[in-house]
Structures are given as structure tokens and as C-alpha cells.
Design a protein around this ligand. Structure first.
Ligand SMILES: *Cc1c(COP(=O)(O)O)cnc(C)c1O
Length: 409
């Protein structure tokens, strides 16, 4: 018990100056990149407490993104399940339809202040690409987005959006042609001109300072949610649930509750179609510590320690690694990491649509599915806050084509 307390205390001041969360994180990059990463770290450390920067970001969060996002009591779903009260943190209502705009605005403003010309990034479901293309248009930077060829087909509307916003979408054509390959391609492009470009990583992954910086930009979600649930219920939530791909929406909401041990925190990964290698992306449930994209974390790996193939119905969760802070929170047992299958996520997608009139992103549907799973067994005076990370418009064609028959469509 004492050990956990000490670890929790550490967690509140994490990472250390080298970007480590316990043994995870760090910065494992080619020597030529080291000074550039340090430059980003220094620039960020300087800017984050600068009153002008803070005010600019605050203004955009409020008047551009539409923050604070509401905390909505899902009464119909709650009544149907007959247990704990389910609240939804409506990140789906942000401009561009997901939580990713929170860190993209921060990263774009930072790039602008550093005198960069171009933002580059990978994207899975296309949400990070759209959010970054949006932020780039707003602050006046060029934008190149790398995307797996498979995802380009699956997430067509987002590809069109990025083009309209003035970004260039560049297909990643090797390997499985999904998120991991997109990161590989974006990294390679970044290495070609790290002076004029900023690689705006799309989650709490990658080398230091990205896991820290992206978390800080996302922490607004938790700060708001904590205040909102206090106002609605007069007490802290009993449970907080979020889906975990790289882990940015999750750490964003978790960070406000980590030091309150009365709050149970659940991070939900995609179990895909089975726990066989290549048919899921349940990194924290089934991975082992390893190295990917310049940092150490739990990693799904093959016999050679290389990142294993992953698959899930939710493109945004399709990553064999996970944020270093989540890896640490798993080891100290502060967060319960569990998983939800494709089928359960699709059920939740329709259930939320039909009971509440809210079409969730397939990623977010994993968190909703978990809340549905635990709600009925919890007393009625308990609460569950679900981070509804994004809206499902991008997924509707895919869902109807693949699963429509089972749901009367
Ligand atoms: C990208 C995305 C995710 C997964 O990314 P995290 O960094 O794990 O939050 C989850 N939900 C939505 C809607 C997304 O677009």
C-alpha cells in the first residue's frame, strides 16, 4: 500500500527531466535528432507558462474549439441498464469532432512560435490529420499528413477534409498499411528536414517531450470533467472510463483523478476479433516492455521483439505500443486496463445512437461498451464518467456496410 502511495506521488510530478515515467518513456532517437528534440523540449518548457501563450491557447479553446465540452447525463442508457449513472464527457462536440484538436492547437502554436514552416504527422482514423490540418490552416503553416493506404480507403471523408483544409495526404504503402506504418513514414520524412518541420505526434507516444506535452494539452478534459461532475453530483465520480490507443484522450481525463484513490480508473483497449497475434491491439493487456518509435513502453511484439501486427475495428486504436505513462500506471496498478471486442464496440455504437441520439466514434464506443458492461452491477448512487473522445460520422459507411445487416439496416 505504502509503495503505491509513493508511486502515486511520483506520478504527479512525472516525467523526470529525461522524460521517464518509471522505466518507460525516455528519448531513444538518432544522435542527429537529439539536439532538435531538446530544442522542442526547451521551447515547450519556456512557452507553457508564458502568459501570452496561455491566453492565446485559452482563447482558441473557448472560441474556436467550443470548450468547455459538456458533461451529459445519459439518462436513457442509465435507466435501461438499471445501475450506476452514466455521464458522457462530450469531446465529440469539439470543432473537428474529437479530442485531438486539444493538442493540435497547442502543437501548432508551439511550431509557429519556434519559427517552423511545416507541420507533419501520421494519422490512423484521420482524426489527428484533420485536427492538425485544421490547426495548421488556422495558424498559417503548411501540413503533410502520412496515412496508411488501408486507412485512406476506410476513412475517405477525413481524407477529403484534409485536402480541403490545404494539407497534403501522403499514403504509407509498406507493411500492413495502417497506423504504425504511417508513423514510420512520417518519422522518415521528419528526419529529412527537422529544422523547418515540426513532427506533431498524434498521441502521448514518441520520444520525450511528446508524451508529456500532449498530455498537458489534453489535461483540460480532466480539469473540466472534475468540475462538472462535482457540480452535477456534489462528489467525485466513482469510475472514469476512456479508450486507449496511444492514450491521449485517456490520460487527458485520467490526470485530474489520479491522486484521488476513491476514483476507479479504467483504460479500455481493443480486443479486436480475438487475442491471437494480429487480431487485436490490446497492448497493456498482452504486451511486454519494449521499444517503438523512440520510447519505451508496453509493446505487442513478435518473437524478434519487433512490433507485432495489430487489428481493430477502430483505426484510431490500431497501434502496437502505448503511452509510457499508461505503462507506468499499469505497473503501479493505479489504472485498471481492460479490453473490449469489435463486436461489443459495435453493439455499444448502436446502443448509444439509439438510446441517446449520439453516434460515437468506434474508438469511443470501446469506452461506452465498458461502461455498459459494468454499470448494471454497480449501485444506483454510483457514477461512471465516460470520455466520449469523438463522434462517429467518419465511421458510419464502414459500420453499415460491414455490420448493418445485424442491426436492421
Ligand atoms: C485517435 C482517437 C483515439 C485514440 O487516440 P488516443 O491517443 O488513445 O486518445 C480515440 N478516440 C478518437 C475519437 C480518436 O480520434
Amino acid at each position: 500500500m505504502e509503495k503505491v502511495d509513493k508511486a502515486l506521488l511520483d506520478a504527479s510530478v512525472m516525467p523526470d527531466k529525461n522524460g521517464f515515467f518509471g522505466e518507460y518513456g525516455g528519448r531513444f532517437v538518432p544522435p542527429m535528432l537529439e539536439p532538435l528534440m531538446q530544442e522542442i523540449t526547451d521551447a515547450y518548457q519556456k512557452i507553457k507558462d508564458d502568459p501570452v501563450f496561455k491566453e492565446e491557447l485559452l482563447y482558441l479553446q473557448k472560441h474556436y474549439t467550443g470548450r468547455p465540452s459538456p458533461l451529459f447525463y445519459a439518462k436513457n442508457l442509465t435507466n435501461k441498464l438499471g445501475g450506476a449513472k452514466i455521464y458522457l464527457k462530450r469531446e465529440d462536440l469539439n470543432h473537428t469532432g474529437a479530442h485531438k484538436i486539444n493538442h493540435c492547437l497547442g502543437e501548432a502554436l508551439l511550431a509557429k512560435k519556434m519559427g517552423k514552416k511545416k507541420l507533419i504527422a501520421e494519422t490512423g482514423a484521420g482524426q489527428h490529420g484533420v485536427a492538425l490540418a485544421t490547426a495548421a490552416a488556422l495558424v498559417g503553416l503548411e501540413c503533410d499528413i502520412y496515412m496508411g493506404e488501408v486507412d485512406i480507403k476506410k476513412e475517405h471523408p477525413n481524407v477529403v477534409r484534409m485536402g480541403i483544409l490545404g494539407a497534403k495526404v501522403i499514403p504509407a504503402t509498406h507493411g500492413l498499411k495502417t497506423l504504425k506504418e504511417a508513423v514510420d513514414a512520417a518519422f522518415e520524412a521528419y528526419l529529412k528536414d527537422p529544422v523547418n518541420q515540426l513532427y506533431a505526434i498524434g498521441s502521448v507516444v514518441g520520444p520525450h517531450p511528446f508524451p508529456m506535452m500532449v498530455r498537458d494539452f489534453q489535461s483540460i478534459v480532466g480539469v473540466e470533467a472534475k468540475e462538472q461532475i462535482l457540480e452535477a453530483e456534489g462528489k467525485a465520480p466513482d469510475n472514469v472510463v476512456a479508450c486507449v490507443g496511444g492514450g491521449s484522450n485517456a490520460i487527458g481525463i485520467f490526470s485530474a483523478f489520479l491522486d484521488d484513490e476513491s476514483v476507479k480508473i479504467h483504460g479500455i483497449e481493443p480486443a479486436g476479433t480475438s487475442f491471437k497475434t494480429g487480431e487485436h491491439a490490446a497492448t497493456l493487456s498482452l504486451g511486454k516492455p519494449g521499444m517503438i518509435h523512440g520510447f519505451k513502453c508496453y509493446l505487442l511484439q513478435d518473437e524478434n521483439g519487433e512490433p507485432a501486427p495489430v487489428n481493430t475495428v477502430a483505426s484510431g486504436l490500431d497501434y502496437p505500443g502505448v503511452g509510457p505513462q499508461h505503462s507506468y500506471l499499469k505497473d503501479i496498478k493505479r489504472v485498471n486496463y481492460d479490453s473490449i471486442t469489435d463486436k461489443e464496440a459495435i453493439d455499444a455504437f448502436f446502443e448509444l445512437s439509439r438510446y441517446e441520439g449520439i453516434i460515437p466514434a468506434l474508438e469511443s464506443a470501446h469506452a461506452v461498451a465498458y461502461a455498459i458492461k459494468i454499470a448494471a452491477d454497480l449501485p444506483k448512487d454510483q457514477t461512471i464518467v465516460v470520455n466520449l473522445s469523438g463522434r462517429g460520422d467518419k465511421d458510419i459507411d464502414y459500420v453499415v456496410e460491414k455490420y448493418g445487416n445485424d442491426y436492421g439496416l
